[in-house]
Design a protein around this ligand. Structure first.
Ligand SMILES: Cc1ncc(COP(=O)(O)O)c(C=O)c1O
Length: 384
């Protein structure tokens, strides 16, 4: 590239994803023969359910791997609609279900369909960094909803009202990085506030199914017009399959279909065939969730005693967001040293929160129980 190379403002506004940098450093260390406990990755270590893999193998053996309809295979859209009736008691017509290339593509399609350039969209902070980046890349303006530890990092209606002029609101539950689950009555309240302000409500429900002793509600229970985004990545351990879905209001279906046709034609066929088998694996996936629950207990028992307190009871997803302020005001350097000296990889908070992230670290407990036990042992020796 030469100095005169033109780079768009949009591309320059997109921040690097520090978690990916830590992943690369951890992988390099492991390749060099060092032992690394990988707690930086936001993905399950377990494989996809057996029935999912078998379905994909059968489809592959058949040989033809075609495009599908831009909105997804009708059978999968119908199966997803049935999931809403069975799990939440909400009637969703299959026509309002859109299959996407992971939830990541869902955000792009939803933002493009809902907002014009310059629109201001409220997103949680701390929060999943790609919200900000995707909004920047589309010339939209992320407006942080600054979440407070005192509120368990849950968004409130007051924060939405205080955010100034908005064109839309996005929330997630269970949340990344805090693990916070928004209680059903609070979610109802957020939906009502957003509706009263006349704004579209986008609900990222990608960690649904992964909660520990608390109920998770879908925004569709309170607002039939909510745009709900979900994915097979986390609960079904299918990150690399790149398949997710949205439920959208009827008026958005055709605009999203036109966008999807032109942007990527369709989500991958093999992954859609495989995903069709996923909903029938609830028992196996429930056992994996129980494993995360055990890991979570191990960390919640140990970390506060090591000075990594204020993890607050993360009641969903597979993350603990620890305040490391007692040790450092530079969580990025802290994570680098923790990787080099203790062999534990975790993600610095700046990814999730440009304001307060410098004294936070996210630990993922989506790995094995043995990894969590060993991480605690190493951290005790390192911090002790
Ligand atoms: C809150 C949240 N939403 C969305 C995603 C993107 O997931 P995918 O594109 O694999 O569905 C992630 C991934 O870590 C996430 O943490």
């Amino acid at each position: 590239m030469t100095d005169s190379q033109k780079i768009s403002r949009r591309a320059q506004a997109v921040a690097p994803f520090l978690a990916m940098d830590v992943m690369a450093a951890a992988a390099a260390k492991a390749r060099a023969g060092d032992s690394v406990i990988r707690m930086e990755v936001g993905q399950p270590s377990a494989p996809a359910p057996r029935a999912v893999i078998a379905a994909a193998q059968a489809a592959l053996a058949d040989g033809r791997v075609p495009y599908t309809e831009a909105l997804g295979m009708p059978a999968l859209r119908a199966r997803i609609a049935r999931h809403y009736a069975e799990t939440y008691g909400v009637a969703v017509p299959p026509e309002r279900v859109v299959v996407t290339t992971g939830s990541s593509a869902g955000f792009v399609l939803a933002f493009l369909a809902l907002f014009d350039a310059g629109a201001r969209v409220a997103v949680p902070q701390p929060g999943y960094p790609a919200y900000r980046s995707i909004l920047h890349a589309l010339d939209l303006v992320p407006v942080p909803l600054v979440l407070r530890r005192a509120d368990r990092f849950a968004p409130t209606s007051a924060l939405i009202r205080e955010a100034g002029d908005l064109d839309g609101v996005l929330v997630m539950s269970p949340a990344n990085p805090s693990g916070t689950v928004i209680a059903p009555d609070r979610l109802a309240d957020l939906c009502a506030t957003t509706k009263a302000l006349g704004l579209p409500f986008v609900s990222d429900e990608i960690y649904h199914g992964l909660s520990y002793g608390v109920p998770t509600a879908t925004a569709l229970q309170f607002d039939a017009d909510a745009v709900v985004i979900n994915s097979f990545s986390k609960f079904y351990c299918m990150t690399g399959w790149r398949v997710g879905w949205m439920v959208v209001p009827e008026a958005l279906v055709r605009p999203i279909e036109r966008l999807a046709q032109n942007l990527y034609i369709s989500a991958p066929y093999l992954s859609q065939v495989a995903a069709l088998a996923a909903f029938d694996t609830l028992d196996a996936m429930g056992a994996i969730r129980d494993g995360y629950a055990e890991n979570r207990n191990i960390l919640l028992d140990a970390l506060p005693g090591l000075g990594l307190g204020e993890t607050h009871p993360a009641d969903g997803a597979f993350y603990l967001y620890a305040d490391v302020g007692r040790f450092t005001d530079d969580a990025t350097a802290f994570c680098r040293r923790m990787l080099d000296e203790a062999g534990v990889a975790a993600t610095p908070g700046l990814d999730f929160d440009p304001a307060e992230g410098h004294h936070h670290v996210r630990f993922s407990f989506a790995g094995s129980k043995g990894d969590c036990v060993e991480a605690v042992r190493r951290l005790r020796a390192w911090l002790g």
